[in-house]
Design a protein around this ligand. Sequence first.
Ligand code: C2E
Ligand code: MG
Ligand code: MG
Ligand code: MG
Length: 288
Amino acid sequence: RSKRRGRGQITVYSREIAQEMRRSTQLEQALRNAIINDAVDTHFQPIVSLADGKVLGFEALARWIDPDLGFVSPAIFVPLAEDRGFIDTLSETLLRKAAEAALTWPRELFLSFNLSSVQLTDSSTAARTLSIVNSVGLDPSRLELEITETAVMSSADMAGRIIAELRQAGVRISLDDFGTGQSSLGRLREFTFDKVKIDRAFVSAITTDTTSEHIVRAIITMCEGLKLHVVAEGIETLAEATRLQALGCTMGQGYYFGRPADAMATLRYLSRQYSDFAGRRQSSPFSS
Ligand code: C2E
Ligand code: MG
Ligand code: MG
Ligand code: MG
């Protein structure tokens, strides 16, 4: 409950809210310390070709395990860092780590990295992003940045400029969680993207719900027409993978193909993949 006091000021005195504020302040302090102590890590989840299961790249996903709080989901701490004004520091730390890991992979594999909606309102985002990948030594053409349609639409002018600057440098742009945002399809014309990621909500319903199947089919057809690559997110079963491939989807990501794993486990995954495919390849990128 709150009480309005003069000049539109609102005094909040609910105990629950006070408690929640203490909790989030504690969480904020723990996260700030974790960033300083290099305790926030990135894991990597494979994105594969649906035709043969071959890995094409990895999405970096932030991971943080606090000694007291335990596992904290990025769905909690990313919005917290946005809210408290240090998402740029967090994001730069994560991008540097992710880019360094990508340097140890075969060169044809891409790194996909999530940009925060707040970063799309900051005119320095493109320059800062490029300066990180350049300082690490990652070719910008191996980098993809995932942004959500909601983030793009809520700061359309700035987002458009940031996207243009990044694409100019060879970075690709991927529209994340597609189908769940509030944007109109028409407004997507204002921006140039390279890839669309169909949200897991449609993918997980595709084998049981014909409405979802129709929506996925429509997204794939649209992407074919617009010459956009399309990835289905959150594939958990062979049935889903098979159905998506039949609908013309070329790329997939999800627990069925691989869970997010740390940098070391990702290298082990790659050496297995590349020895499996070695027979069909000229040479393995791991053989020197
Ligand atoms: P997202 O970018 O859409 O990432 C996909 C999420 O789906 C990840 O959750 C991933 O672990 C999960 N996922 C992948 N395959 C499956 C599957 O087959 N089944 C199920 N049930 N889930 C699957 P995660 O890692 O918890 O990340 C949640 C969200 O947090 C991300 O959604 C992204 O929006 C945000 N996030 C994560 N890392 C970062 C980061 O480094 N920077 C920013 N700005 N946001 C991040
Ligand atoms: Mg993503
Ligand atoms: Mg997504
Ligand atoms: Mg998501």
